[in-house]
Design a protein around this ligand. Structure first.
Ligand SMILES: Cc1cc2nc3c(=O)[nH]c(=O)nc-3n(C[C@H](O)[C@H](O)[C@H](O)COP(=O)(O)OP(=O)(O)OC[C@H]3O[C@@H](n4cnc5c(N)ncnc54)[C@H](O)[C@@H]3O)c2cc1C
Length: 558
């Protein structure tokens, strides 16, 4: 059975413009998408409802701003509720540019286009191609890709889904608990029973299945690379967040044989961010997942060897060469090394947490879990930007989002623009002076205990999902004494090396260490893991690119 093509909708009250838009859309996209038009916001909303009932996919809304009765922004605001994932593009005249910029926040539009856009090859298609590619990455057609069958509250099921999502593998989630309602789930369960599969099971298009797979099983089945093609490189990068990816792209594009090792999935922390608002060149923001996917495509295009999931477990330096041991026991050598291992989430250390992690309690996993929180109350712990962004993202799906903030106000740790967005979102409730002190539940989260720091009272609240964003710490233990670190584990570079470099980690050259260089010549550090770094996507990307310049300088000097 073939699926209907996803729909592109254009909305304009001017019949001539509408015809022109439709013609341009058809010419380029008719083979993959169905083009539908509407001459007013009201008609378009009706169309959306009908498509929703038929369970059809809508990928793009291309909407004129100036329409009588309902403006483009008003329409898009309503459309979010029906098709939150559809890409929203506003068509504006030059005079309406200000309105369009304001609409970026209000109707969360992805892009605005100025009329007229002739020739479309230059002014229309590149923008739409980009947006449709982003949409496709999150789109899960019913009969394509991997299906994951499991229990929603099982930590293992969660790990499998999270791994697939973060490696941009399209999958369909089959919740074993919905077997009564859902024929597809029932059939999958029967198949699992017949083949003696343990849940969660990953079921592939070719009819094969993996029983309770590890991420390594999944990686090899999906053809993700986990071991190196050769054993010696010009540049070895550990960590595939924004800093590592940038280093990989610049290194390979400038002719260095480059390998990148990533423990979980490329994208790092940024891959978990639902919306990065301040990254240059994306005026309407972009999701961390989209940024990661684009960067990975770019890195692979330049020939970077990407090993994932693969973890660096130790480091040694021998006659100037750097050797990194991997979790599978093998070793990779390189002339130069860039460490870009970022930071990891700080754990909330209260009774019950360990047991319920992945079963209602999550760290920074907004993207994967949001749609399963539909019509529920969601609790978010933390008061900094990452917590705020997550709350905004959940507010699109959840009935209510409660932010539990330890401080007495958000102003202490959150950017002003986010505070304003949160204030304007009616289903987000901010509860200050509040600390989670215990979590309860048999197989999954059922209740949380919240301590109020002003009244001194603790109350127990029923809760099914709790998301934690309380900061992060570097994980650099694998480096041992090789490279100088501060007491928290951040790696010292450049002018800071002197203060921390002692014993085996001492600096031994006549020249001082370069700006991003660690206490060992030829080892550079980029991004959040570096002592004194600014914890931003753009800073990580900038440092990754700069580190490659120092690698060239180093390779030229030895
Ligand atoms: C929810 C959230 C929202 C955010 N929003 C914004 C925003 O809007 N704007 C902004 O500018 N910044 C934002 N940030 C901060 C930004 O994401 C980070 O500053 C940035 O990701 C740092 O990049 P990095 O490459 O240094 O490290 P990371 O992103 O931490 O990446 C490090 C990578 O290294 C891997 N790794 C670690 N150890 C090993 C090992 N031993 N072997 C192999 N691989 C390893 C990890 O798995 C990880 O993928 C946000 C962060 C979070 C958590």
């Amino acid at each position: 059975m073939s699926m209907p093509k996803p729909v592109l909708i254009s909305v304009d009250d001017d019949p001539e413009v509408l015809r022109a838009v439709e013609r341009d859309l058809r010419r380029k996209y008719a083979d993959r998408y169905r083009v539908v038009r509407a001459d007013s916001g009201a008609v378009a909303l009706q169309t959306l409802q009908t498509l929703k009932k038929r369970n059809e996919a809508v990928s793009l809304l291309l909407v004129d701003q100036r329409m009588p009765e309902m403006s483009g922004v008003e329409f898009l605001n309503k459309a979010i509720a029906v098709y939150p994932e559809a890409r929203r593009v506003l068509l504006t005249a030059y005079a309406d540019t200000d309105a369009a910029i304001q609409a970026i926040n209000q109707a969360r539009i992805h892009h605005y286009l100025l009329k007229p856009w002739d020739p479309p090859e230059e002014n229309l298609y590149p923008v739409l191609d980009d947006l449709l590619e982003d949409w496709q990455a999150g789109y899960r057609p019913v009969f394509d890709g991997v299906r994951v069958l499991g229990h929603r509250w099982s930590p293992h099921s969660y790990a499998v889904r999270d791994f697939l999502a973060r490696n941009q593998v399209p999958y369909r989630w089959l919740d074993a608990e919905s077997a009564e309602r859902d024929k597809e789930v029932r059939e999958a369960l029967e198949l699992a029973e017949r083949d003696g599969l343990k849940l969660p099971a990953a079921i592939f298009m070719d009819g094969t299945a993996l029983s309770d797979p590890s991420t390594t099983d999944l990686a090899s089945k999906l053809g993700l690379r986990t071991s190196a093609a050769t054993s010696f490189y010009d540049l070895l990068i550990v960590g595939g967040g924004p800093a590592g990816l940038a280093a990989a792209v610049y290194g390979a594009s400038e002719g260095l044989s480059t390998v990148m090792i990533e423990r979980e999935a490329p994208g790092g922390q940024a891959g978990m961010s639902s919306r990065i608002e301040n990254y240059l060149g994306f005026p309407s923001g972009l999701s961390g997942g989209d940024l990661a996917r684009r960067a990975l495509t770019q890195a692979r295009r330049f020939g970077v060897e990407v090993l994932t999931p693969q973890e660096a477990v130790s480091l040694r330096v021998d006659s100037g060469s750097k050797f990194v041991k991997l979790a599978n026991g093998s070793e990779i050598g390189s002339k130069s090394l860039i460490i870009a291992t970022g930071v990891s989430y700080r754990k909330l250390d209260v009774p019950g947490m360990e047991r319920l992690q992945g079963a209602g309690v999550y760290y920074g996993a907004a993207m994967t879990e949001a749609s399963s929180c539909k019509d529920e109350d969601v609790y978010v712990v933390g008061g900094a930007n990452s917590a705020g962004q997550a709350a905004m993202y959940f507010s699109k799906y959840a009935r209510r989002v409660v932010m539990l903030v330890r401080a007495s106000s958000l102003a202490v740790s959150m950017s002003q623009y986010l505070i304003e967005q949160i204030r304007e979102t009616p289903n987000i409730h901010v509860q200050v002076n509040s600390q989670v002190t215990e979590v309860f539940g048999k197989d999954r989260l059922e209740e949380i205990a919240v301590y109020c720091t002003t009244s001194g009272e603790t109350v127990r609240i029923p809760a099914v999902s709790l998301f934690i964003f309380i900061g992060a710490a570097p994980r650099t233990d694998w480096i041992g004494d090789c490279v100088a670190r501060d007491e928290k584990g951040f790696i010292a570079t450049g002018p800071d090396v002197q203060q921390f470099a002692k014993g085996p980690a001492s600096w031994r050259l006549d020249r001082p260490p370069w700006l991003l260089e660690a206490s060992v010549p030829g080892i550079f550090v980029a991004g959040d893991v570096r002592l004194g770094s600014i914890k931003r996507v753009a800073s990580g990307v900038g440092e990754g690119a700069n580190a490659v310049q120092f690698v060239h300088q180093y390779l030229g000097s030895v």
